[in-house]
Ligand binder design. Sequence first.
Ligand code: FES
Length: 122
Amino acid sequence: MVKRTPLATIDEASLGGEGATAAFDYEDGLGRIHQGFVVRWRGELYAYCNRCPHWSTPLDEHGDELFDHASGVLVCQTHGARFKPDSGECVSGPCMGDSLQKLRVEVAEDGQIEIYRRGLAL
Ligand code: FES
């Protein structure tokens, strides 16, 4: 069996509670470096490329929090697009109907959050 190498790992114990996010960098299949983040939502972990489908800027371009705790959504700080944390779908804003690029999350036995590419997407 071939051992898969995660794109990134994060110590699960370092991630906070509901709505907490943690950033990571990862390399795509062409050697380009991207930013990603993992978010804890309703007891599950989700990971996305940190790039808004509207203008391809990081959601936290202006240094603010990714997650709006009052509304339970991820927010792009550039123009205010709002995304469901469990699917990455934009539910309001200029890219409504588009989605964040989702990454696959696994939690290893040692408590490390492992991030993997989904399918063949870069
Ligand atoms: S760049 Fe994210 S809403 Fe415009």
